[in-house]
Design a protein around this ligand. Structure first.
Ligand SMILES: *Cc1c(COP(=O)(O)O)cnc(C)c1O
Length: 405
């Protein structure tokens, strides 16, 4: 059975809106996904019928909110295949998840220890490690890129030593679309005793990921890229490692007992969830995950691959097109330049025709440095996009190019 894209589109009110007189063509899914009615309604229902603080009150609404929030945690646990729901920690997003690990796992590291990341990371998987390396006197190393936008796995083996304590990498590159060989990266990292963090910000909306099968130590993602709200995300961590890590935010909900002289921390997951969280965000992220779960990921992958292949063939009809990221194993992200035309100018002309793409460095400046370019134009597809939209995009792109040449 194939996906019924027309029915899926009907669940996203924004997809039938217009930009000026043009129907919206939303190809900026790498930056954030649009939201289905189920998620929009869940947010509204929470504020209309359920709003109360969680883990605190004995009253009716507080109990409802607490139950719904914890049920969302269970949905997410099942979705990523975690052994226990206490290994699923609510954060504000991928960025906070990585910062949490850098701060708290970082506390267990000492001078001379080594961390390996890659040249294709999003800035949020670079800067926290640079800050940690400086604070603790650690060595930070980068797995280099190859011309087709894949990782140099031979070079990776040369970087691993018995001082390597953590290897952190993205599952799918947000600027190139490359799908990394995460099983091999995990196995080789574990071989020297290093822990592994996966940045799954670009993957859970496209393919099935199971943290126990992968045996990764940490995995982070953002709610807003998987059809959920902004301001909420998940850090998965293995229980024994999370238990060893000290918390980094102090406050309500993360404590068992506070006296003037000392504090006893709460158990997982609450130890890392200080303060009133994004309650509605967490609940609606659960709704987004439940919504996503009705689909077969093999069908999503096949359809998105078809969109990518179609767009790639079509865009090559345009003279002077250069595609960045030509890995065989690639997600539905198409990054390109046309001659020396500025990405911003093309993005502006596409916007004037109702088309949303991202232009710039996509928070991956080292990737742009590698290719010696200032940025790219990025069209990133979701399974609610269509070939007809790609046709509109290609026609608009040709028009933009003819205006600029
Ligand atoms: C979007 C993204 C991030 C950052 O996510 P936030 O939601 O901004 O915290 C990190 N890594 C990758 C690969 C991303 O695509």
């Amino acid at each position: 059975m194939a996906l019924n894209v027309e029915n899926i589109r009907a669940e996203f009110p924004i997809l039938s809106t217009k930009v000026g007189k043009y129907p919206l063509v939303y190809f900026d899914n790498g930056a954030t996904s649009e939201k289905p009615t189920a998620v929009i309604n869940r947010v509204s229902k929470y504020y209309r019928e359920e709003n109360a603080n969680i883990h605190r009150g004995v009253h009716h609404l507080s109990q409802i909110s607490t139950t719904n929030y914890e049920n969302a945690r269970h949905s997410i646990q099942a979705f990523i295949g975690a052994k226990k729901s206490s290994e699923v920690i609510f954060t504000s997003g991928t960025t906070e998840g990585i910062n949490l690990v850098a701060q708290c796992y970082g506390e267990l590291l000492s001078k001379g220890d080594e961390i390996i990341i890659t040249e294709m990371e999003h800035h949020s998987n670079i800067v926290p490690w640079q800050m940690l390396a400086e604070r603790k006197g650690l060595d930070l190393k980068f797995i280099p890129l190859k011309e087709n936008g894949t990782l140099d796995m031979n070079a990776f083996e040369g970087l691993l030593t018995n001082k390597t304590k953590l290897v952190a990498f993205t599952h799918i590159s947000n600027s190139l679309g490359t799908i990394n060989p995460i099983e091999e990266l995990i196995e080789k990292s574990h071989h020297v005793g290093a822990k592994v963090l996966i940045d799954a910000a670009q993957s859970l909306q496209h393919c099935k990921v199971n943290v126990q099968e992968l045996d990764c130590d940490f995995l982070v993602f953002s709610g807003h890229k998987v059809f959920g709200p902004t301001g909420v995300g998940i850090l998965y961590g293995k229980e024994d490692i999370l238990n060893q890590m000290p918390p980094y935010k102090g406050g309500g909900d993360m404590i068992k007992e506070v006296s003037m002289s000392k504090t006893i921390y709460n158990d997982l997951p609450h130890k890392f969830e200080a303060g009133t969280p994004n309650i509605v965000g967490g609940i609606a992220l659960g709704t987004a995950i439940d919504w996503l779960n009705q689909f077969d990921f093999n069908e999503i992958e096949a359809y998105e691959h078809e969109l990518l292949a179609y767009a790639t063939t079509k865009i090559k009809e345009i003279d002077g097109v250069m595609i960045y990221g030509t890995a065989e194993n690639k997600s539905s992200i198409l990054s390109f330049l046309i001659d020396d035309l500025h990405p911003y100018d093309i993005g502006t002309l596409l916007n004037q025709q109702g088309i949303a793409v991202r232009t710039g460095h996509h928070c991956t400046q080292p990737v742009m440095d590698f290719f010696k370019i200032p940025g790219t134009i990025r069209a990133s597809f979701s399974f609610y996009n269509t070939k007809e939209e790609i046709d509109v995009f290609i026609t608009a792109l040709k028009k933009a190019v003819s205006m600029l040449r």
